[in-house]
Design a protein around this ligand. Structure first.
Ligand SMILES: Nc1ncnc2c1ncn2[C@@H]1O[C@H](COP(=O)(O)OP(=O)(O)O)[C@@H](O)[C@H]1O
Ligand SMILES: O=C(OP(=O)(O)O)[C@H](O)COP(=O)(O)O
Length: 403
């Protein structure tokens, strides 16, 4: 089925358009450190502005605890959006309260407002459909139609992604359409060898996709925070490294299934082990099977793949015809632990075929390490969303758009 497009919404001049974006960008000291997701939202914002719509932008940022928390405010995002648009952007300090209503009522045709973080309300992410519907209803009062364009969050059944889109006439924005165009190429007869590279820190989310990826890919390379659950599942110690204890059995199952299917799960042979989770922590390269048990100060904490592993991953990536990579290989925010991510990124630029990097932090990482988006086949704004799409799953935020 085809996505409903903005054209299907008819005349937009003078109408209030709620635009659901994914503006979940990295911040440091209240400053946006990578504006990729804001830039990616601009084509749809500009298209709506040019049609004379009154644009009400909504988004989440990070994972606050369902209550206002200034560390996760969208205020700096609104500021950066204003700079990029070259036009004023009103910021409302709440999401469905009096500030939001005032900001929306004050909009003239072609103007833009950004409302505060959706996740400051527990109802946005509630598991209870009634809570979500109630919150979606309050959001719907702020608009006449909805445009959903937050590709990075379409895998979440959350109020603004799912219930809101069903509460008003709705359509997909051009970012979602563009993302799906590329991802379709990865799902429909990908050229082989097809390699998926997984890393990052959202370990439990992303371990879940492996079961569905195994029948589709030739190789799965595992780095980042995820690798330690694999090493532990193989019986190795991992010091104070990231671990999903309750996933050990599942991971053992994946290893057995991969062997049966002839899919290579490639695990690190060396890792960079630090004395603490800190930019200046002393660190050494250790064999992946040589770590000991204990707290960070004694047994260390794994913060990057080692150089031997990075070189092996690079070789496997560059010799593939189709590659999807989500999740940094290490804590790239600290330069001492960015080497693995840099080596993998460099290899992805050399893929003779389609090389895609996806995810908020992965895209930010490659840019921070000096790569340009044009060097890759595609830089996707969604990590988890892309992975679940590649699994062949129906995604809630796309289903409600007619996909
Ligand atoms: N070994 C590790 N231990 C802890 N965190 C890690 C490790 N490797 C990578 N990370 C962290 O993973 C984060 C990104 O993960 P994730 O959100 O899953 O990626 P994306 O946003 O690209 O989908 C980064 O902030 C990075 O520091
Ligand atoms: O950053 C995001 O996902 P990603 O890290 O998988 O790219 C999205 O904004 C979704 O955020 P969430 O994983 O907190 O629901």
């Amino acid at each position: 089925m085809a996505l409903r497009t903005i054209e299907s919404l008819g005349e937009l001049a003078g109408r209030r358009v709620i635009l659901r974006c994914d503006l979940n960008v990295p911040l440091s000291d209240g400053q946006v450190t990578d504006d990729g997701r804001i830039r990616a939202s601009l084509p749809t914002i500009n298209a709506l502005v040019h049609r004379g719509a009154r644009v009400v932008v909504i988004s989440h940022l990070g994972r606050p605890d369902g209550e206002p928390d200034s560390r996760y405010s969208l205020r700096p995002v609104a500021q950066r959006m204003s700079e990029l648009l070259g036009a004023p952007v009103t910021f409302a300090s709440d999401t469905v309260g009096s500030a939001a209503r005032e900001a929306v009522d004050g909009l003239e045709d072609g103007q833009v407002a950004v409302l505060e973080n959706l996740r400051f309300s527990p109802d946005e992410t509630s598991k209870n459909a009634d809570d979500r519907a109630r919150f979606a209803g309050r959001l719907a009062e702020l608009g006449d139609v909805v445009v959903s364009d937050g590709f990075g969050v379409v895998h979440r059944k959350q109020a603004s992604v799912y219930e809101l889109v069903q509460s008003l006439p709705s359509a997909a924005g051009s970012l979602i359409a563009a993302e799906l165009d590329v991802l379709d190429r990865l799902t429909e007869k990908p050229e082989r060898p097809y390699t998926v590279v997984l890393g990052g820190s959202k370990v439990s989310d992303k371990l879940g996709v492996i079961a569905h990826l195994l029948p589709r890919v030739d190789r799965l390379l595992v780095g980042g925070g995820m690798l330690f659950t694999f090493l532990k599942a193989q019986g190795h110690e991992i010091g104070a490294s990231l671990l999903e204890e309750d996933q050990l059995e599942t991971v053992r199952g994946y290893l057995a299934e991969a062997e049966q299917r002839g899919v290579e799960i490639v695990l690190p042979t060396d890792v960079v082990v630090a004395e603490a989770f800190a930019a200046d922590a002393p660190h050494t390269v250790q064999a992946a099977d040589a770590l000991t048990a204990g707290p960070a100060g004694e047994a260390g904490i794994g913060l990057d793949i080692g150089p031997e592993t990075a070189a092996r991953f690079a070789e496997l990536i560059a010799s593939s015809k189709t590659v999807f990579w989500n999740g940094p290989m290490g804590v790239f925010e600290f330069p001492a632990f960015a080497a693995g991510t840099k080596t993998v990124a460099e290899a992805l630029t050399r893929v003779d075929g389609l090389g895609v990097v996806g995810g908020g932090d992965s895209a930010a990482a490659v840019r921070a390490l000096g790569f340009r988006d044009e060097q890759f086949g595609h830089v996707s704004t969604g990590g988890g969303a892309s992975l679940e799409f590649l699994e062949g799953k129906k995604l809630p935020g796309l289903e409600v758009l007619g996909w």
